[in-house]
Design a protein around this ligand. Structure first.
Ligand code: PMP
Length: 367
């Protein structure tokens, strides 16, 4: 039997595993930070209409520059942040994972490095590896906030080409204050200069504001976003970034021609027409997230303060064994490999009740 190692794969890929959140068929799935609410029926109808229109032209390549979509994404960002961005500031791709990949292809690559402050979103490191970019694991404090002094020191020492700051952070839920982002931006410019990518995949769930206004006068700053979480459209695969127009020009050097299909563009445009309805679910999910935090605390668990649609809870001597026990009760949460901690995504009130019942039973078993 031929295996991966029998093929002439790149040395740095040997012995590695692909990204792999388990996709198990269990009644309650609270493991991948998805939005639990299906798209509302009027939006489903509108998507069908827009896709039908697009289908009539599928013999042609799609709009390579996705002008209408980027214009509407810019409008959404401006409306929700009060900071004006336009078409020239926005770029879109198949999920923010592809946005990150394009950024690393442009600003990272062989002979270059990227840094993230871990635990954080594991794909930053994995996409770095996939693009031949060296990965540096930067430190965090015990409470999962960024240790600014240590982070500045790591940047000065390693002089990375790309700095990732995830706020709110995944898997911890921790928000990064704007002063910290500014200090890291300054440190990164003094060291290299390098690109600073603020991953705001979960920003709509935050108690605080987007860092978009920090883009003013900072051409080496990028804010990346996604429709996978707040818009409830993980299956759509639509991510985007806001940055100086020169950054948008630069990523075009590496993007595949026609990377965003006409069907994707049509679907995303339909979803953006329904922004107000979709964002109503965000308020419900924030309330459910806060309920999970208070009930977990009341049960005696440790909880990391969360600004996202998920909650990190612990502490366990053997987090994986607890993950399995919760799964045995029909609820799938996530073991991100952070020693002592697990992560639960805020679902519907019923799903969250099922999760809370499961962990309540575990507490009883222990006492
Ligand atoms: N950034 C962060 C911090 C994430 O947690 C995720 C998804 N889990 C992504 C980016 C990627 O999202 P997508 O590719 O679906 O836009």
């Amino acid at each position: 039997m031929t295996g991966i190692d029998d093929l002439p794969v790149r040395d740095e890929l040997r012995g590695k595993s692909p990204y792999g959140a388990p996709q198990l068929d269990v009644p309650v799935r609270l493991n991948t930070n998805e939005n639990p609410y299906p798209l509302p029926e009027p939006l489903v109808e509108r998507i069908a209409e827009r896709v039908r229109e697009a289908a009539r032209n599928l013999n042609r390549y799609p709009d390579r520059d996705a002008v209408e979509l980027r214009t509407q994404l810019a409008r959404y960002l401006t409306d929700t942040s009060g900071y004006e961005v336009g078409l020239a500031n926005v770029w879109a791709a198949n999920g923010s994972n592809e946005v990150i990949q394009q950024l690393l292809q442009t600003f990272g690559g062989p002979g270059r490095t990227a840094i993230g402050f871990e635990p954080s979103y594991s794909m930053h490191g994995l996409i770095s590896r996939g693009t031949g970019t060296g990965w540096i694991s930067g430190p965090r404090n015990e409470d999962f906030t960024i240790d600014l002094a240590a982070a500045e020191k790591a940047i000065a020492e390693h002089r990375p080409d790309v700095v990732f700051i995830t706020t709110p952070n995944n898997p911890t839920g921790t928000a990064v204050p704007p002063e910290t982002v500014l200090a890291l931006y300054e440190a990164a410019q003094a060291a290299k200069p390098s690109m600073v990518v603020v991953d705001e995949a979960y920003i709509e769930f935050s108690h605080g504001d987007s860092l978009l206004p920090l883009l003013e006068g900072r051409p080496n700053l990028v804010v990346s976003r996604t429709m996978s979480k707040a818009f409830g459209a993980a299956g759509l695969r639509l991510g985007y970034l806001a940055a100086h127009p020169a950054v948008v020009d630069a990523v075009q050097l590496v993007r595949l021609p026609y990377h965003l299909s006409a069907v994707t563009q049509a679907t995303a445009l339909a979803a953006l027409e329904h922004t107000d309805t979709l964002l109503k679910y965000v308020e419900q999910l924030k309330a459910e997230r806060d309920r999970l935090v208070s009930e977990l605390l009341a049960l005696g668990y440790d909880v990391t303060a969360s600004d996202a649609n998920f909650v990190q809870f612990g502490r366990f001597d053997d987090a994986h064994a607890v993950w399995q026990k919760i799964l045995d009760r029909g609820v799938l949460v996530r073991d991100n490999g952070v020693p002592g901690w697990l992560r639960v995504t805020a679902g519907t009130p019923e799903e969250n009740d099922a999760f809370l019942d499961a962990v309540r039973e575990l507490k009883k078993e222990q006492s």
